[in-house]
Design a binder for this molecule. Structure first.
Ligand code: ATP
Ligand code: MG
Length: 493
């Protein structure tokens, strides 16, 4: 989505239209407003709009008809309906036809921005305090460079921002490979009071342990055969209040883990072969694509170091769990350099959008970036089509999904009960979690995956959370007891 994208509003109620316009303009976006669908048709720029806010009841052509016309003309502008007269049926019809949200008037600022968020590159986060003068300066490695508005990503970034501004001295970033840990580590450093001091990164998997030790802590002259002169370690180089990133910390030798723990606890370190303690004032960001808790359970990582680091743990979500961030990132990488030499690429075809939504993205954002870059080189039309997506990305997933559905749902639409029975509560729990994951934490979208309204979805989720708190099934009975009893009564004796 290009920066400075236009938001269009069509509403005949002037007070609502102007108030909504002012609100959206207050966060730096451009708004065009129209009192009728006819005016919008004449003067609007639906193709260039990042989002269309559309009243349902309008004089003349209604909002729902505008939606149909836009679909018919193949215009894919996301539509947020607003109405004072909405009923469930109208809402369901609009959402089914592809509307992204349906807001009941009067709506709150927060509801409006939450609906708009996925469609504007600029982050609008009303929970954040207004930016301080230092933070309004965009930095090459600042949080502004991190694309993502899904609830799970916003939550991780909110925590990272708060940590950046604090005095916390050690942080653990955990997430699969390619999720953006490096990016977040840099954003933390360059948005902190330490930003004028060095940011130094070392990959613990890249060097043998004896080299890492002297790289990190430095050495005195004569500490070992090759130590011809005293050498400052990375901790010392970043020691004037900078930040050190210990990447792939799970690969750090177990003896060095003990040494690192001592440094963090005591606030000082010694050079290899040295006798003097050097005071330590560096923020340590440890990053891992393995689950360190699990690693410490199996004895590969020191539990005490894990606890020390995990005081502030930021989990960077998998790309497949970030909902429409996938498309936002795709557009970001497409826009990053729009020309492949022959043709400017402006977006994705609807089939490609579908493939992007369905793919599991094991390589996360790095994989997405590579897929776009490859397609940009090969594609010879304006939109990236499925033709140049990696082999298997489209058919495999579709086939898997078909098979998965076929194994659960019979031809007549009925679900077959496996020979040993199932625990209905577990099935429901799993489906609710999957839907939430696929929708990037957005409950309205998760509800749609299950054919539920948002309220029905929230009700079921609440019941499930209450059940988990009491350690019982949704109806208050123990899950195991329910399963045994149900199975027993079903079995012939
Ligand atoms: N949210 C994001 N917005 C924009 N670019 C991103 C985002 N997340 C990741 N990237 C880009 O994706 C690539 C991979 O990110 P990064 O190197 O930070 O991942 P990582 O988690 O450190 O991976 P690894 O575990 O392999 O070290 C980089 O080019 C980065 O700039
Ligand atoms: Mg990394």
């Amino acid at each position: 989505m290009p920066h400075g994208a236009v938001i269009s509003i069509v509403d005949d109620d002037e007070s609502i239209r102007k108030a909504t316009k002012r609100l959206i303009e207050s966060v730096g976006l451009t708004v065009e407003d129209f009192p009728s669908a006819e005016d919008f048709a004449r003067f609007g720029r639906p193709q260039e709009s990042a989002c269309l806010i559309l009243d349902v009841r309008l004089p003349g052509i209604s909002g729902l008809e505008v939606q149909s016309q836009l679909i018919a003309s193949n215009c894919q502008v996301p539509i947020i309906f607003i109405t004072a007269h909405g009923d469930e049926q109208m809402r369901a019809r609009a959402l089914k036809a592809g509307a992204v949200d349906f807001l009941q008037k009067p709506f709150t600022e927060k509801q409006l921005f939450k609906a708009l968020n996925p469609f504007v590159t600029k982050h609008i986060n009303l929970d954040e305090p207004p930016p301080s003068p230092a933070r309004t300066q965009p930095h090459k490695f600042g949080f502004d460079q991190i694309i993502g508005v899904s609830p799970v990503m916003l939550e991780a970034l909110r925590l990272a921002r708060r940590v950046a501004e604090s005095e916390v001295s050690s942080i653990l970033l955990q997430g699969e490979s390619g999720t953006g840990k490096d990016l977040v580590a840099k954003a933390i450093h360059y948005s902190s009071r330490r930003s004028d001091q060095p940011f130094i990164a070392i990959n613990c998997a890249a060097l043998p342990s004896h080299l890492i030790e002297s790289e990190l802590f430095g050495h005195e002259k004569g500490a070992f055969t090759d130590a011809k002169a005293r050498k400052e370690g990375l901790l010392e180089q970043a020691n004037d209040g900078g930040t050190i990133l210990l990447d792939e910390i799970s690969e750090l030798d177990i003896n060095l883990q003990a040494k690192l723990l001592r440094v963090l606890e005591e606030g000082s370190f010694r050079r290899v072969g040295g006798l003097k303690d050097v005071a330590f004032n560096t923020r340590v960001i440890a990053a891992s694509n393995r689950d360190l808790n699990r690693e410490s359970e199996v004895g590969r990582f020191r539990l005490d170091l894990y606890y020390r680091l995990a005081v502030i743990q930021i989990d960077i979500p998998r790309l497949a769990d970030r909902g429409d961030d996938i498309l936002l990132l795709a557009n970001h990488f497409i826009a990053a350099s729009t020309h492949n030499g022959r043709q400017s690429i402006t977006g994705l075809t609807p089939e490609a959008v579908n493939a992007f939504r369905l793919h599991d993205w094991p390589g996360n954002v790095r994989e997405l970036r590579n897929v776009i870059e490859r397609a940009k080189v090969l594609e010879d039309s304006e939109l990236i089509s499925t033709r140049y997506l990696p082999r298997g990305m489209v058919p495999d997933r579709a086939e898997n999904a078909r098979r998965a559905r076929a194994s659960v749902i019979d031809m007549d639409g009925s679900v077959s009960l496996p020979p040993d029975g199932i625990c209905l509560h577990e099935v429901e729990t799993s489906l609710l979690k999957q839907a939430l994951g696929r929708a990037g934490g957005n409950q309205t979208h998760a509800a749609e995956f299950l054919g539920l309204t948002r309220d029905q979805f929230r009700y079921r989720l609440k019941k499930l959370q209450e059940g988990q708190k009491t350690g019982a099934g949704a109806d208050g009975r123990s899950r195991a007891a329910v399963r045994t009893r149900e199975l027993n009564s079903a079995k012939p004796r």
